[in-house]
Design a protein around this ligand. Sequence first.
Ligand code: DC
Length: 227
Amino acid sequence: MKKIIVAIDGFSSCGKSTMAKELAREAGYVYVDTGAMYRAVSLFCIQNGWMTDSEINAKELEKHIHSIRIEFKTNAEGVSETYLNGKNVESEIRSLEVANGASRVSTLGFVRRELVRQQQFMGVEKGIVMDGRDIGTVVFPMAELKIFLTASPEIRAKRRMDEMTAKGETVNYEDVLANVIERDDRDQNRTESPLRKADDAVVIDNSSLTREEQRGILRTLFAERTL
Ligand code: DC
């Protein structure tokens, strides 16, 4: 069977990472969550006091961009976790504060160039499933399988709210929906590599698909591309 690169792009909270992780496990591929890399840069800024509500100290960040080391390690349960300069930051990077910061640092060209370089390096041997916003358009324009995953903002807000409630957080649906819409807007309208569907990507709208239906579609596409 041919080893390929699978690029999964789409809006936030569409279930990209669940889909990508499952496929990687079934295929024996490496899974890379590129959103976690932008989140790690955001956390690095917050830790250094370079991010306030109104601005990012881009000058300092640019000076130190090469001292940010991001790695993924698999834990005892077989789950991939994010490390920033040797420290496990998997749960820290999932906060709303870090997510909002990630959406802001991801608009900076020098941040994108550095992370894209690292991502391309991870894919040199293929056998990789990578999810993000620009994987099929910028990181791996030659990927053999490109998926553009989407769902309505209301459905994504509801899913995100369920996740947060399950973690014991108290959240308001209207706030979560407003945050989803704000991040969509920033992802789609930034100058540097805005989120857009690659011309040869397959669109999957999972608003009304079951997990099993989605899995079936992806398995078929993967089988066709690896023949
Ligand atoms: O997928 P996520 O929510 O973990 O991503 C965090 C932020 O990083 C999000 O605002 C979009 C941005 N991002 C990006 O610009 N390019 C990527 N390849 C992945 C994420």
